[in-house]
Ligand binder design. Sequence first.
Ligand code: LIP
Length: 246
Amino acid sequence: MIYAAITAALAAGDRLRHAFGSELAATEHTAHDVKLVADKECQDLIYGILLQHHPDSACLGEEGDIGKPGAPIEWIVDPIDGTMNLAHNIPHFCVSIAARDAATQKIVLGVIYDPMRDELFTAVRGSGAWLNGQPIQVSRRDKLSDAVVAVGFAKSQDSIDHCLKLYAVYGNQAKKLRAMGSAALDLAYVAAGRLDAYIEQGVNLWDIAAGWVLVEEAGGVMEIEQKIKGKYKVCASSGRIDYPLK
Ligand code: LIP
């Protein structure tokens, strides 16, 4: 399965790298979000490759679901995580693909590909976390005052209000704050020890599924709460620092 996920992520990433910098057509603009034609096009490309390799599986994604209901394996796909960055020619976005065992509801593998840096993050449950074939681990920093914390700004007003509270707390207590605009890359950076924590409220499963197994396989801790149906509150960290507000 990891071979199919990597093949699909590299194919979609290649397409996005070529599209970067060009005028990208949008299908929808809302107060704090944008949807690009490229979102659906990349998802169709990814689904095609995953189902070619695993025809008995199902696919759940930001741009719609397909495949066999009740399938043993469910792919969880975000074709472009960090769409707003791509739409503004900010080279910080990725393709995120995870697989979930339908029986146990456990995420069993995750792939996050950043096409602009050619960084491929992979993890299979029980086999560790990797970046371009090298093992990665969460950071060893153990003081909040040494920590670089990413806070995500989701789309709904209440999640933005909550993130502003997080900013007030960590802007004062952490070494530095970051809002980089891609939950999946934030999680990959926690797994690689670049960030000490990532905290956000109001994200979707497809934003966090692949990063979830990456962080845990890199020795980190994922605290996840489903606030309302389909919306998650996440605190991903090395597990070595106590974060007063999540
Ligand atoms: C994005 C997330 C990010 C969040 C944005 C958006 P998208 O996902 O990765 O963490 O702050 O609001 O949800 O829309 O680019 O797939």
